[in-house]
Design a protein around this ligand. Structure first.
Ligand code: BJW
Length: 230
């Protein structure tokens, strides 16, 4: 049975109106990474960080999946082999499109995490600094987001999938952030065919066997239809 492992990044949600990070005018042009995407930034100014994620949670709640998300959901439901979807995105547009098994390696906007006991629970639409953990009752709730210097989720499972992938596809990610940027090398080492979908070659674009340049809403449906046609 063929196994396809797909990694998505902010680019797949761009055409749904959610901002990417490193584009001109993107999220990192508006906010300093070290202020809003590190545990140290959260310790310094929890309100700034909680407000940043409250705003993004509200925006994601209103967003709808696009043809790229829908194509990947169709692949999962119709492909005769196995499809593994790993996303760096914290929005839920893959789920809204109908994908059933999504690994959110950088966490989810819809989640809260206790900084004391690691308990995880559904976040309210608006979190506040000092919200209490329902498990240990400490005022230590934070967004369930993987910040720089923290270990992404599901890494053992992800590396197992990369070791047995026949095809590895990367969609809409700049290849700036590890460990995700290293997945193509890992998949290649294990013999997978590799393909990148992006508006331009990413930082690790040279490592892919094939590159499809263009908006994911256009390139993904074509690729999925060709895979389903056998
Ligand atoms: C389109 C499109 C369209 C636009 N169609 N395409 C030195 C060397 C190596 C590593 C390190 C190092 N120093 C530190 C590190 C580790 C660090 C790291 O990588 N730092 C780099 C800056 C160098 N990484 C970590 O700390 C990670 N943890 C870790 O490494 O733990 C230890 C470990 C060891 C061994 C194994 C495993 C782990 C944690 C990283 C956490 C990242 N968190 C963030 C923020 C939280 C989530 C959130 O707020 O949403 O995650 S950062 C941010 O970047 C976010 C994203 O998920 C991530 C990736 O961004 P992405 O998705 O690639 O977006 P962009 O904007 O960069 O790119 C968009 C792309 O789409 C572009 O290419 C466009 O062209 C394209 N595009 N429209 C198709 N329509």
């Amino acid at each position: 049975m063929q196994k396809i492992v797909i990694l998505t990044g902010a680019g797949i949600s761009a055409e749904s109106g959610l901002g990417t990070f490193r584009a001109e005018g993107g999220l990192w042009a508006q906010h300093k990474i070290e202020d809003v995407a590190t545990p140290e930034g959260f310790a310094r100014n929890p309100k700034l960080v909680v407000d940043f994620y409250n705003a993004r949670r509200a925006q994601a709640t209103d967003a709808a999946p696009n043809a790229g998300h829908l194509a990947l959901a169709k692949l999962e439901s119709e492909f005769a082999g196995e499809v593994i979807l790993i996303t760096q995105n914290v929005d839920d547009l893959h789920e809204k499109a109908g994908s059933e098994k999504v690994m959110h390696m950088h966490g989810v906007l819809a989640g809260a995490l206790c900084a004391m006991c690691d308990h995880r629970w559904p976040a309210p639409l608006v979190m506040a600094p000092g919200d209490r953990c329902p498990h240990c009752d400490q005022p230590s709730a934070r967004p369930d987001i993987v910040w720089f210097g923290e270990m992404p989720y599901d890494m053992d499972e992800i590396f197992d999938h990369l070791a047995s992938a026949d095809i590895f596809a990367s969609v809409g990610t700049s290849g700036n952030v590890y460990p995700a940027a290293g997945f193509v090398a890992e998949a290649r080492r294990n013999g997978a065919d590799t393909i990148e979908f992006n508006l331009e070659p990413s930082m690790v674009g040279g490592q892919f066997k094939d590159i499809r340049i263009g908006p994911a809403t256009q390139t993904l449906p074509v690729w999925v239809d060709s895979l389903l046609a056998g």
